[in-house]
Design a protein. Structure first.
Length: 135
């Protein structure tokens, strides 16, 4: 079951990443501090090594503030970091990626999902990725 969720997530994220790369966007990823360096999802998403790996010891909110003028898109999961992004940089395109199966499997995720719907996020059928234009 976890493999199906991960495969669906990877597929959706890869579509987003490919579309951004085709438009010449530099992509950077800010992982959760507890995400393991050898996480198979991360390895698949960055198989070609084109994604910049931002240091995890700094909170996502710091990157939002430091990169606010160059951020074009933020893609992530239903997390407080995404909610904060919506408040700190409302003009940036923010997309939340999820799988129906992960929402059904977790009661907390169901409540979070409803909150995200109310915040008018673009919800896609989960990792934090920041999209920045090439400099």
């Amino acid at each position: 079951r976890t493999d199906r969720i991960n495969d669906a997530f990877i597929s959706i994220m890869q579509q987003q990443i490919n579309a951004l790369e085709k438009n010449g966007v530099v992509i950077a990823m800010k992982k959760h501090p507890r995400t393991l360096a050898n996480d198979p999802v991360i390895q698949k998403l960055n198989a070609d090594g084109n994604i910049i790996d931002l240091p995890t010891e700094y909170p996502a909110e710091l990157y939002y503030l430091l990169l606010s003028k160059s951020l074009k898109k933020i893609i992530g999961t239903t997390s407080t970091a995404m909610m904060t992004a919506k408040m700190l940089i409302p003009n940036v395109d923010i997309s939340v990626v999820y799988t129906q199966e992960s929402i059904r499997a977790d009661g907390v995720a169901q409540k979070s999902f409803k909150l995200f719907e109310k915040m008018f996020f673009k919800l896609h059928n989960v990792l934090l990725a920041f999209k920045m234009p090439r400099v």
